[in-house]
Design a protein around this ligand. Structure first.
Ligand SMILES: O=C(O)Cc1cc(O)ccc1O
Ligand SMILES: [Fe+2]
Length: 443
């Protein structure tokens, strides 16, 4: 595969032309009477026309045929993809899942769309406010088939196997430890290279932003230039047997046929694009004196709600770093939170749970559900010599944190058969260290 070229920057106004067609991008106007090379102009709006400039998002695509040339959409089977948060009774327990099973190709050829399974979520696709967490497990590339999400954005976190994602804006190669965001409406097709697994945070109604840095200053955390955007690439091919466009609309899947590839965009410009980011580029900021900083310091992307400081969802990572805090219990603290905390593990181990939380698995600590280090982590950490120490080397855990009260699906709780029913036992050995005779002098 030839090396892919990317443009750089977060939310920038960008332009791109497939090098086979120089001059394809109209100059000085968006919608000429006749476009260069006889292309059609099409706008893709990712925000209301009238949004303030800071949040206004749209791109102009110059394509061989417009997206409107397709047969009517018909409903199709959607497996375990759902936005029904009432399938099972509310359940406030700590939940942990063992690594999700990936079907082998000989068991069942499964592509990215067929392999979407919803684990939990909250909110509503029709009023456009909410989130869903999906797991994808697949073994086969999407063939003459693409997906677009009318309901919101997909933040895709590959855990096993790279994804070659062809989009209307060009191609993105996304490997484990990288993430990508395919925003609302963007058509994409996923090629895989074996047994493949990952996590998706779906967001309805808003787009991801870089968090404000406040007193951190102008640089740090995820830096804008490390976000990479594809460059224009087109194919001019007829598909007599039919190309399938799948739309996720109001939580349901629909398919329509057309006779040509949707990846027929010769040039584009705008600030509404897919993008990828390598988590290795995250500039980690952490405590260098004492105490444990809240994990919001590790926020890569945030999706704001209308309440100041309250996110619909944050994407947070726990990257390799130094732990140096003096006279401090260094692992995550015991915690009850007014937010839902969904966690996944791309590789390695998570410091609060060396055992049990495995890569390719997940956990959900719901609103006000107590959680924290398991008993062995606690006992080890109260005795640890507090020297500077590498934390999380070779690992990458992440959290989707949401102000919405996420509910698990019946796939998550029953059908996937990966729920670890013994999870609560990891805290059972915690014993009381209370000593009523303790006095400050006996410190
Ligand atoms: O493991 C967790 O629950 C995530 C988490 C990490 C941390 O360092 C502090 C608080 C917190 O919720
Ligand atoms: Fe927590």
């Amino acid at each position: 595969m030839a090396e892919l070229k990317y443009l750089s920057g977060f939310g920038n106004e960008l332009t791109s032309e497939d090098p086979r067609c120089p001059g394809a991008l109209p100059q000085g106007q968006n919608n000429p009477q006749v476009c260069p090379y006889g292309l059609y102009a099409e706008q893709l709006s990712g925000s209301a026309f009238t949004c303030p400039r800071a949040t206004n998002k749209r791109s102009w695509l110059y394509r061989i045929l417009p997206s409107v040339c397709h047969k009517p959409f018909e409903p199709i089977d959607q497996g375990y993809l759902t936005h029904n948060w009432d399938e099972v009774e509310p359940n406030p327990n700590q939940m942990r899942w063992k690594p999700f099973n990936i079907p082998t190709a000989s068991q069942k050829k499964t592509d990215f769309v067929m392999g979407l399974q919803t684990l939990c979520g909250a909110g509503d696709v029709k009023s456009h406010n909410g989130v869903a967490v999906h797991v994808y497990t697949c073994n086969t590339s999407m063939l003459d088939k693409c997906l677009y999400n009318s309901d919101g954005d997909f933040l895709i976190v590959p855990q096993q196997g790279k994804l070659l994602i062809t989009t209307e804006f060009g191609k993105l190669l996304v490997k484990p430890n990288e993430i990508c965001v395919i925003q609302q409406g963007m058509r994409f097709s996923v090629e895989v290279f074996g047994e493949t697994r990952g996590y998706i945070l779906e967001l309805f109604g808003v787009h991801f932003e870089l968090p404000d840095l406040g007193p951190i200053g102008a640089n740090g955390l995820a830096n804008p230039r490390d976000f990479l955007v594809p460059t224009a690439w087109y194919e001019d091919c007829q598909v007599p047997s039919g190309y399938t466009i799948i739309s996720k609309f109001q939580g349901k899947l629909f398919a329509a046929q057309q006779h040509f590839s949707p990846f027929n965009v010769v040039a584009w410009h705008g600030n509404y694009t897919p993008y990828k980011y390598n988590l290795e580029n995250f500039m980690v900021i952490n405590c260098v004196a004492f105490d444990h900083a809240d994990p919001s310091i590790f926020t890569v992307l945030t999706a704001k709600s209308t309440r100041p400081g309250v996110a619909i969802a944050d994407f947070v990572i726990f990257p390799p770093r130094w732990g140096v805090a003096d006279h401090t219990f260094r692992p995550p603290y015991y915690h009850r939170n007014c937010m839902s905390e969904f966690m996944g593990l791309i590789k390695g181990h998570y410091e609060a749970k060396e055992e049990g939380f495995q890569s390719g698995g997940a956990s959900l600590h719901s609103i006000m559900t107590p959680h924290g280090p398991d008993a062995s982590c606690f006992e080890k950490s109260i005795k640890a010599r507090l020297e500077p120490q590498r934390v999380a080397d070779g690992t990458m855990a992440f959290m989707f944190e949401s102000s919405l009260s996420m509910a698990a699906t019946s796939w998550g709780l029953e059908i996937c058969n990966r729920l670890d029913k013994t999870y609560h036992e990891c805290w059972e050995p915690l014993k009381s260290h209370f000593n009523p005779n303790w006095r400050p002098s006996s410190k």
